[in-house]
Ligand binder design. Structure first.
Ligand SMILES: CC(C)(COP(=O)(O)OP(=O)(O)OC[C@H]1O[C@@H](n2cnc3c(N)ncnc32)[C@H](O)[C@@H]1OP(=O)(O)O)[C@@H](O)C(=O)NCCC(=O)NCCS
Length: 181
């Protein structure tokens, strides 16, 4: 399978940096093309024994956003390969408005790293981060085999920094798999 060593930077005619591992410059999407935002109201059935939002429910909501982002980027069905850096920073409670924002941070050949930030939005519109997670999603073809995903056009400094960090996280995941963790 083709690996990311072949990735090289190029400028496309729109003038932004463009990571490309194939001569097909058409098959490229921006981070904004697949960004997704969902909202949920925390109800009694979502709570655990301590009266907080049950972690398993939040993980389902995060997984759904990651899947939406991945399907938008890949243009095909996608599955969750791994989850890491899932950090529960604060709890949420009944009546809270929970906002989840997902975006692609890195793409390999058939895999995509998706970052999902979860917030509680107050009545004043202010958002407080309660969770951050990175998912690896893999695009599948009609025979359910991993298939190639579009390249990612990086426009902002923040997107370039996420890509660089995503490369490191990918190496760490590969090391963990090789060592059986
Ligand atoms: C994910 C899965 C398709 C990978 O299959 P595989 O035979 O290892 O396929 P490949 O070796 O071709 O790897 C495909 C890609 O997945 C990545 N990958 C595989 N296992 C991974 C893992 N545990 N964590 C992160 N990425 C992983 C590979 O790095 C590769 O990425 P690349 O194409 O960008 O280089 C397979 O393990 C699977 O089907 N898992 C079950 C998924 C599932 O049921 N999820 C829950 C419901 S959605």
């Amino acid at each position: 399978m083709q690996k990311t060593e072949g990735i090289q930077k190029a400028e496309n005619e729109k003038g932004f940096k463009h990571f490309e591992s194939s001569p097909n410059m058409e098959n490229t999407k921006t981070v904004a093309d697949s960004r997704a935002e969902t909202m949920h109201l925390v109800r009694q059935g979502h709570l655990n024994g301590t009266g907080r939002l049950f972690g398993g429910i939040l993980m389902q909501w995060i997984d759904e956003v990651a899947a939406i982002v991945a399907m938008r980027h890949a243009g095909s069905s996608c599955i969750t390969a791994s989850v890491d850096n899932l950090q529960f920073i604060h709890g949420a409670h009944q009546g809270d408005m929970v906002v989840l924002i997902g975006r692609v941070t890195y793409v390999g050949t058939s895999s995509m790293e998706i970052r999902v930030d979860t917030y509680v939005e107050g009545a004043d519109g202010m958002r407080r981060v309660i969770n951050r997670a990175y998912f690896t999603m893999v695009a599948l073809d009609e025979c359910e085999r991993p298939c190639r995903v579009p390249r990612l056009a990086l426009i902002s400094e923040e997107e370039r920094a996420e890509w660089a960090a995503g490369e490191k996280r990918r190496e760490m995941r590969a090391l963990r798999r090789r060592e059986g963790f």
